[in-house]
Design a protein around this ligand. Structure first.
Ligand SMILES: [Zn+2]
Length: 180
């Protein structure tokens, strides 16, 4: 497979990175995860995970809106575009295993999640054994809800990580999006 090309523009005046017109950050993975784990430790997972879910949902929704305009895409095409793009940015490799466009329900497999890679590299003290990738849980329903809007509704969706590769029994993480 040819390496996917990711368009990146660096503004010589401001140093801001952009892809498809959207400002981006390029940071070391350990820096990002250390921030994430610091907040998890301070708030506790039960408080932190729902906050991340809502923020991720809104961000995915907004991203889809912007990308649809930029590329002239519509509906579930944008969801598939989203899966491809996040797979090119170091978060992991995202594959849609099942998608029901009538309800927005889906199953998404993730290989090489950044959290799993970090934990398996022995860099995440206390990370092994627990599902680690709950940051992604809001992303899929946010993008799916955006995609379903032209059908006349924004479905109420929920999403959980069914199993995580960091738990050791599988080589991938699995997320299930269900209609409420
Ligand atoms: Zn996982």
């Amino acid at each position: 497979m040819a390496a996917p090309r990711v368009p990146i523009e660096v503004d010589p005046e401001s140093g801001v990175w952009r892809t498809d017109g959207l400002p981006m950050l390029y940071v070391p993975r350990h820096f990002f995860i250390n921030n994430h784990l610091a907040v998890e430790q301070a708030l506790g997972r039960d408080a932190y995970a729902p906050l991340l879910y809502d923020a991720g949902y809104r961000s995915a929704f907004t991203w889809c809106e912007r990308e649809a305009e930029t590329h002239g895409l519509a509906g579930f095409e944008v969801f598939h575009h989203y899966m491809r793009r996040i797979s090119q940015r170091g978060w992991g490799l995202f594959a849609v295993q099942r998608l029901d466009e009538a309800t927005g329900e889906a199953t998404v497999r993730v290989k090489h999640s950044l959290f799993v890679e970090h934990a398996l590299a022995g860099q995440g003290d206390g990370m092994a054994g627990l599902a680690q990738c709950y940051m992604f849980a809001g992303w899929f329903p946010g993008a799916l809800a955006w995609a379903a809007r032209p059908l006349g509704r924004e479905p109420a969706l929920a999403c959980t990580e069914v199993h995580c590769a960091a738990q050791g029994a599988h080589d991938h993480c699995l997320f299930r999006v269900t209609a409420g």
